[in-house]
Design a protein around this ligand. Sequence first.
Ligand SMILES: C[S@@+](CC[C@H](N)C(=O)[O-])C[C@H]1O[C@@H](n2cnc3c(N)ncnc32)[C@H](O)[C@@H]1O
Length: 278
Amino acid sequence: MFTTEKCYQDDYSSGDVVQRYNSATLDGIVQMITQLICEHGELEGKDLECLLDVACGDGEKTRLLSRHFKRAIGLDASAEQIAQAVRRTNSAHVEFRCSTAEKLPLADHRVDVITSIFGLHYFDVKAFIPECRRVLKEDGIAIFYAHRPSKIIASDNDALPVIDADVAAMNEKLCNRARELSHPGVNLSDLHWSQFQEIDYKHKERIETTMIVETTLGGWGNHFLSIPGNKRLCINPTDNPVTELLQSVKRKWLKEDVDSNTIKIKMVNRAAIIKLRK
Ligand SMILES: C[S@@+](CC[C@H](N)C(=O)[O-])C[C@H]1O[C@@H](n2cnc3c(N)ncnc32)[C@H](O)[C@@H]1O
């Protein structure tokens, strides 16, 4: 049986793993979070002093978000990810520390904004949320971001009809597999979702968003498999839901010999954000 701790230790021990899955969605996510911060009434017109980005991975998003703050701190439980973040950062106002979300290494009421992007599903939420309350300033907010299953739609021609049903079937298969393994750390939305629902907080607000990313069918498959939790669920090459999906799409809609890297698609990334405040 996997434990959350074992899961992230295995998955994030290679420094560039976050970089690999990040490329398609980085700008869109940073923009959305920046907008939420700017629109948060209590912070309007104030100098934003401190950002805390929990489970920051290689720190790319921490660096981009840090532009709006005097100081930013990225935390991650993986020493390899923190080493990567430090290597890639050259700004005096951004620092990185190796630490877990469940025990934040900060004094009380110091932080204006806490972010955690694709992190919450790894945490013990019951320990993490009280820690957020403790370190946030009175008017601060916390923003947690997670993907829901993506939809795939045809690109600008009609050659490829909507294959969303196939994607949904694949997701379901992976979710069932994850449950069989009692595996908490997979990037599948309904498992993320149960974590979100566990948050019992007075002013919880849920925001749904979408982002459209243009890619190819093969590119989508690679992107999906670059997400560590997903990759681990597709262990068996003869029973791999992603390969199955790509083949079934080809069988249904295209000739077998078409290279999936030439098939243009659009990926509609649905995301959910939980905003907490005091
Ligand atoms: C999917 S990555 C997200 C990285 C980054 N936020 C991003 O969006 O690119 C998840 C990160 O959570 C970290 N992590 C897992 N469990 C953690 C915990 N309990 N406390 C802090 N970090 C944790 C992993 O080491 C990994 O870097």
